[in-house]
Design a binder for this molecule. Structure first.
Ligand code: NAD
Length: 288
């Protein structure tokens, strides 16, 4: 597949990072977004990431230039018509993803694979917006995609074996360790295990057992984890965490996934972590 061009749709945190990892691994990439400035920002992030690595001696300037030369940007999905593999990484919003899936289905060659980086949506449901359900697969990267080794390759109800095999092979060619998720289940493996930890962490704070700082310290020092649950939430976005919790609640219809009140209150107060610079470590808000 290294000779063919891969499409990435959505050039935000994940799409931009994944496209960069593809180019670093020798693939030609077409990166598409509705927003011209999001594309420019993604290229800027790639450039500054590689400038740092050139300064550290981890790559040469020639390698950095060649990598950037493999990335083409576009705001027109029709430019992706020659791609045999497309990864969708747009907003986690069904209406937006639905539009992308049906457009890609019309534009891409009939045997091309359409993968999605969704964290929570059903691969089977997204595949329904195409006429090629067996070629639709989940390809769930972790942030930052250039560094994190895991890719969850998710089988939708109708995904065929060849699509799984090609997606696993592509993941390995990108220097990743893929795991096949054999059933299309909310949260796959990592979020299914991570969210209960977050929920218990919030309950510990609500019960007055410890502060967010000390819960994080306990997890860092006691479990040798690089980050505690609150730091992780502040890094990825408190609102994104709440969306996943609410989604699990809807899917499983079980109170064990009910969002604690303080989690919802933090989001309502606009204390979203990465987006505002204020999150769990300001809980309860000191200026209120
Ligand atoms: N951020 C994370 O830590 C993380 C980790 C794993 C998976 N994900 C998943 O990856 C996906 C993207 O998340 P993100 O954090 O990169 O989002 P983001 O908000 O950083 O970027 C989304 C991008 O999609 C673009 N976009 C929106 N509508 C579009 C359209 N119709 N056509 C083309 N581009 C469009 C936006 O302009 C934006 O640049 C989501 O499905 C999310 O669940 C996120």
């Amino acid at each position: 597949m290294s000779q063919s061009t891969i499409a990435v749709v959505g050039s935000g945190t994940m799409g931009g990072g994944i496209a960069h990892q593809m180019a670093l691994s020798g693939f030609n990439v077409k990166l598409a977004d509705v927003n011209e400035s999001a594309l420019e920002e993604a290229v800027k992030r790639m450039t500054s990431w590689m400038a740092l690595n050139v300064r550290k001696g981890a790559m040469t300037q020639l390698e950095a230039d060649d990598t950037l030369g493999r990335v083409k940007i576009t705001t027109n999905l029709k430019d992706l018509s020659d791609c045999s593999f497309a990864l969708e990484a747009v907003f986690e919003n069904l209406e937006v993803k639905e539009g992308i899936f049906s457009q890609l289905d019309k534009i891409l060659p009939p045997d091309a694979i359409i993968a999605t980086n969704t964290s929570s949506m059903s691969i089977t449901a997204l595949a329904e917006y195409t006429g090629r359900q067996k070629k639709v697969v989940g390809m769930h990267f972790f942030n930052p995609p250039q560094i994190m080794k895991l890719v969850e390759v998710v089988r939708g109800f109708k995904t065929d074996d060849d699509t799984i095999k090609q997606t696993m092979e592509l993941s390995r060619a990108l220097g990743k360790e893929p795991i096949e998720i054999k059933r299309d289940t909310p949260g796959f493996i990592v979020n299914r295990l991570l969210i209960p930890q977050l929920l218990e962490a919030v309950r510990l704070v609500e019960e007055g057992v410890a502060t967010p700082e000390d819960v994080d310290k306990a997890i860092r020092l006691g479990l040798n984890s690089p980050m505690g649950p609150f730091e992780l939430q502040d890094y990825t976005g408190v609102d994104i965490g709440l969306n996943v919790v609410d989604h699990f609640y809807e899917e499983f219809r079980n109170d064990r996934w009910a969002a604690p009140l303080s989690l919802r209150a933090l989001v309502r107060a606009g204390r979203l972590g990465r987006k505002t610079g204020a999150g769990w470590y300001d809980y309860p808000p000191k200026d209120k």
